[in-house]
Design a protein around this ligand. Structure first.
Ligand SMILES: [Zn+2]
Ligand SMILES: [Zn+2]
Length: 364
């Protein structure tokens, strides 16, 4: 079967032929991959800045955002049957007994760093025709979500952020009585992670603004408007103005990985505010930022900074529910996130190209 592989040592990206995987244990499930999404991580791996092949393999099959159809199940599999649609999780636990998060089913909080990630770190990914994995890492999705379920994995970034925000909100007296529509949330960036985050915030009834450098007539901003969120141009309005326009900012969801703008917005976070970082910037030269004001505010305004990576199974399951409700509320906006569909034969060009919101490889 075909697969898109990155060979870091010889700096090559190409389609390879590899044996079809087979079910080897009672808990395993075999999926035919239907679609695989492309994101910035894949582009970084394909430009050799990131990514690690499995031990003893010269190459890494990439792809970590996949929708598949179950074609076969092991004798011990429950809740999944041939014909079901499903999305695969990304991270797998480290082998160490001392790692409580991994032993508790939360490798997204692995504290040894020896986790693997399919398509990213130490394990082959999903930009291929068939995949076999343990049922623990496979999440069933309803058939009605067939055309957009490939967005579930990127949506889990917002779902885990939501989980973290709920935990952090518990520090505030009376948090259960707060009406989110009185709280202002700002999303920085309007790529797929930012737009899915904005959909999640709109679903949770926050007063949501998307702060983005693109133009008002860009397809990204059209999605912001379609879901009922407010667009604020970061080119026209510097962060200090953003705060004046909105008033107290309670929640920031950073989805750009651009350091300067992210810390400039941090400096205008409001009282008891929570700031969630999801972007992964490259390590470049130090930049200037308003560190005194930021530190002063962190203390005097009880602020919390929280980074989040990957997601647990509960976030995938919550994502399925949210994706279903997004499709009821603003189906055209969800569909508009996918701006191109290419075949596996064109996957190399698609991964190396830029542009659009979300490109998807249509495998079957
Ligand atoms: Zn991704
Ligand atoms: Zn671990």
């Amino acid at each position: 079967m075909k697969a898109l592989a990155v060979f870091p040592s010889i700096r090559e990206v190409r389609l390879i032929d590899q044996p079809e995987p087979v079910i080897a244990g009672p808990a395993e499930v075999k999926l035919r991959i239907l679609e695989a999404g492309i994101c910035g991580t894949d582009r970084e791996i394909a430009s050799f800045q990131y990514g690690t092949p499995p031990v003893n393999s010269p190459h890494l099959v990439i792809g970590h955002e996949a929708l598949g159809e179950v074609v076969d199940v092991g004798s011990g599999v429950t809740g999944l049957a041939p014909g079901d649609l499903a999305v695969l999780m990304v991270r797998r636990p480290c082998p160490h007994d001392r790692c409580v998060p991994c032993r508790s089913g939360r490798p997204d909080f692995c504290n040894t760093g020896d986790f693997t990630e399919r398509g990213i770190k130490g394990a082959h990914g999903y930009m291929t025709e068939f995949v076999v994995d343990d049922q623990r890492y496979i999440v069933k999705v309803p058939k009605e979500l067939r055309e957009v379920a490939v967005l579930l994995e990127p949506l889990t970034v917002a779902e885990k952020a939501g989980e973290q925000v709920r935990i952090l909100a518990q520090r505030l007296p009376g948090h259960l009585r707060v009406d989110p529509s009185n709280l202002r949330a700002v999303v920085i960036g309007a790529g797929p992670i930012g737009l899915l985050g904005a959909m999640k915030l709109m679903g949770a009834k926050f007063d949501t603004s998307v702060y983005y450098r693109g133009k008002a007539d860009s397809p990204n901003v059209k999605i912001v408007s379609a879901i009922g969120a407010r667009f604020i141009s970061s080119v026209e309005h510097p962060p200090a103005e953003l705060a004046k326009m909105l008033g107290e900012i309670s929640l920031v969801y950073e989805a750009t990985g651009v350091v300067k703008i992210s810390f400039d917005v941090l400096s205008v976070l409001g009282v008891n505010g929570v700031y969630i970082f999801t972007g992964v910037p490259g390590v470049k030269a130090p930049i200037e930022m308003d560190a005194e004001r930021i530190m002063r505010n962190l203390v005097l305004k009880n602020q919390v900074l929280c980074g989040t990576v990957n997601a647990g199974r509960a976030s995938f399951e919550e994502g399925v529910q949210d994706l279903r409700s997004f499709m009821q509320r603003f189906p055209a906006a969800v569909r508009a996130l996918i701006t191109a569909r290419m075949t596996l034969d064109d996957a190399r060009d698609a991964v190396l190209a830029k542009g659009g919101i979300k490109s998807v490889i249509k495998v079957a």
